[in-house]
Design a protein around this ligand. Structure first.
Ligand code: MN
Length: 727
């Protein structure tokens, strides 16, 4: 067939008999857990991948399709859902084949199209030669870019297969890919809890970079394990027997293999010879319940003497990737130091497969959106946290990883900067250096020139164009910045500008704003001017213009006061409310006060000052109620219709009877309604009752009302109230 076979295939109706047959071992693995419909879909993805890559070869001379097939096979062994498998089979087709995202969407739906697109985007990130210190930011960035966690999963499996076949690359590429694997992909795998894949990635990369050291280590391990076998099996049997005779029924004890890179790392970091490190024997005890974990711990501590200060309870306080187990170190047979991990079989599968274990395929859940799945996954983790001292911290860390409030940006040199969401090129320039911010006159994003007030997005490369000449700073910039660094730098620069210059600049600003409303400063004289100035709370027009020029006031808002001023009779009470559109007032982005967390539909009041821009409070928030009438910077505000959907954070306090499982029940009420949980703080009120402070994301007051009603109808709920900081 020719290279042009694909478009025809895409036009074909795949329900017919023209699907390619899956390779038989692949089909066997798929049949283990996928239903007929899913297998058909996978077969379709294989057909598209096959024809798309037809004629392309891998470096070892094999057909290109072998690569996506192997990647998909790894995910198949993790028992991931069919959309992940399909995405893996086609993960490279957007790159250099005749297929686009829309084709995939039509054939496989938007989930698959988004995952494949996400994987391609991650592949385009230029991550060569980065400093170690940036690896952490880079991992966060990758998670933030892949809104669906399956993107990261496919990407990691893609890397795993590339590492398994790395010998076909030129040596310099091998080294570069291996370093990248150790610095980026292995930690990323660990971050989402995939311990097994992380170990394999590390070992493959280590063997590639240091073949000699690796083979020496391996032969040393082999030699010593010959003599160790007897001891290991003796200790293993001993552990098992003692646990069984003490009533732990279904117990498994395994000797634990350590990956060679972790041994190497230990030798390097602890400066110990490897004989000493190899002398520590590792065991893993598998039981059926958490209860049995703690009982087993008690039993083995009875028979062997524990080594002091080595006990760690990761069941009560799981690691941030969800890992749970009890760790302890003991002296076995009076001579051998052993490290023991005790965990349930379920915890063990999570320890090996991480997120993939949370994602296990369930046919009934086929229709729910990936966002909802992520929420469910999160809720699951929150549930794991029942016994944690500070559950919100944990849930928060996962949440921010997946749904970041930050954007991550590259400088042309490849440095990474993390900025608040909503940041503009001006923020970026000030973040890099104050001087750069002070001299920015233009900006290129991914090599295209853009206006200075656009919102930057994660993954973009931002190049600041600066001017050597001194130029007057535009006070309107204060409207475009979200970082405090930029805001205070602009203010201090404005303050330095001469008062007369500031007044001139202020006048230009105000006139420009007034012109938009078809009026002009000259329309305001005598008593009408006085009235407006009184409302604004300033003694003279000159003072007001200077303030504007210095950036102490926001032009658009002052102007609004002017043109609504003529209708005002007395007092601030009758101020015309300002309109909130898409979380902006007069095109200035607003912030939502953390104290009362107002949401769309609430009665709100806006406060504008130059330090923080415009902050929106709930009208009943006790932080503002005493001042509303006294301070002219408070303005009533009303909600207009948004052009796109926004989610607002709201805080609710829930009290329940303190029973096991109440948090998971609560979590599933939110999950079923598709509501994201930002954080949960728990407090025990007394023996019978527990309290939860939950932060959730909702579209508006109506949605909040609905979900609160659902929470109230739970059997264990005693009360559920919104917290707007009003008492
Ligand atoms: Mn690939």
């Amino acid at each position: 067939m020719s290279d042009h076979a694909l478009p025809n295939i895409l036009l074909n109706d795949f329900s017919g008999g023209n699907l390619l047959r899956l390779p038989s071992n692949f089909y066997k693995s798929a049949k283990l857990y996928l239903d007929y419909k899913s297998i058909k879909k996978v077969q379709k993805a294989y057909s598209v991948g096959f024809y798309a890559h037809q004629g392309q070869k891998r470096r070892d001379g094999s057909k290109y399709i072998t690569h996506p097939l192997e990647v998909a096979k790894i995910l198949l062994d993790l028992r991931m859902d069919s959309d992940s498998i399909c995405s893996a089979l086609m993960h490279d087709v957007l790159e250099d084949c005749d297929v686009n995202k829309n084709n995939l969407k039509e054939l496989f739906g938007s989930d698959v199209a988004d995952i494949v697109d996400g994987v391609s985007k991650l592949g385009k990130l230029d991550i060569k030669g980065r400093k170690d210190t940036e690896a952490n930011n880079l991992q966060k960035m990758m998670l933030a870019m892949s809104k669906d966690v399956r993107v990261v999963l496919v990407k990691i499996c893609d890397r795993l297969h590339n590492m398994r076949t790395i010998e076909h690359l030129p040596r310099s590429k091998q080294i570069q890919k291996s370093k990248e694997t150790i610095e980026l992909y292995a930690p990323l795998a660990l971050r989402i809890g995939m311990q097994d894949i992380r170990s394999e990635l590390e070992d493959l990369a280590f063997r590639c970079i240091h073949p000699l050291r690796a083979s020496m280590l391996e032969s040393a391990i082999r030699k010593s394990s010959g003599g160790r076998k007897k001891i290991v099996s003796k200790i293993r049997k001993d552990l098992k027997r003692r646990l069984k005779t003490n009533g732990i029924e279904k117990v498994g004890v395994k000797g634990r293999e350590k990956n060679i890179y972790s041994i190497y790392r230990k030798i390097k970091s602890k400066h110990k010879p490897f004989s000493e490190i190899l002398d520590v024997y590792g065991f893993r005890i598998l039981v059926d319940s958490i209860d049995d974990c703690y009982r087993s711990l008690g039993i083995i501590h009875n028979y062997f003497s524990p080594i002091e200060n080595r006990f760690k309870d990761y069941i009560a306080i799981p690691k941030s990737n969800g890992y749970q187990a009890l760790h302890t170190s003991l002296l076995a047979l009076n001579a051998f130091p052993i490290e023991v991990q005790i965990l349930t079989r379920n915890m063990s599968s999570i320890a090996s497969f991480g997120i993939a274990a949370h994602w296990q395929y369930k046919t009934k859940e086929n229709n729910i959106s990936s966002g909802l799945r992520a929420t469910k996954w999160l809720t699951g983790l929150v549930d794991l946290q029942k016994k944690t001292k500070n559950p919100s911290e944990f849930a928060q860390s996962i949440k921010t990883d997946l749904n970041s409030d930050e954007v991550f940006l590259f400088s042309p040199k490849g440095d990474i900067y993390a900025l608040r969401k909503g940041a503009t090129p001006i923020d970026f320039a000030y973040e890099v250096h104050t001087d750069l911010g002070d001299t920015i006159i233009g900006c290129k994003v991914n090599r295209n020139e853009v206006p200075l007030n656009i919102e930057l997005e994660t993954g973009q490369t931002v190049e600041v164009i600066s001017s050597k000449k001194d130029f007057e700073l535009d006070p309107a910039w204060l409207n475009y910045v979200v970082t405090s660094k930029a805001r205070s730098a602009i203010r201090s620069r404005l303050r330095k500008q001469k008062i007369s210059d500031a007044r001139k600049a202020g006048k230009v600003m105000l006139e420009t704003e007034l012109k938009r409303a078809g009026t002009s400063l000259s329309d305001y004289r005598g008593s009408s001017l006085k009235k407006v100035l009184d409302i604004i709370g300033v003694t003279s027009l000159n003072k007001l213009l200077t303030d504007l020029g210095l950036g102490k006031r926001t032009g658009s808002i002052v102007a609004e006061r002017f043109y609504s001023g003529l209708q005002i009779r007395e007092g601030i009470k009758e101020l015309k409310p300002v309109l909130i559109l898409d979380n902006k007032i007069e095109s200035v982005t607003i912030r939502f006060a953390k104290c009362c967390m107002p949401i769309k539909g609430d009665n709100v009041i806006a406060h504008s000052d130059t330090e923080r821009g415009i902050v929106l409070h709930h009208k009943r928030c006790k932080q503002v109620t005493p001042f509303i009438k006294k301070d002219s910077r408070y303005m009533p505000a009303i909600w207009g219709d948004n052009s796109k959907d926004h989610l607002y954070k709201a805080k609710i306090d829930i009290n329940t009877e303190d029973k096991v499982g109440v948090l998971s029940e609560l979590g599933s009420v939110f999950a079923r309604s598709g509501i994201n949980i930002g954080s949960v703080n728990t407090k025990t009120i007394d023996k019978k009752f527990a309290g939860f402070e939950v932060e959730i994301e909702v579209k508006d007051t109506q949605e909040l009302k609905n979900i609160m009603q659902k929470v109230r109808s739970m059997k264990l709920t005693t009360s559920c109230k919104r917290n707007i900081n009003d008492k």
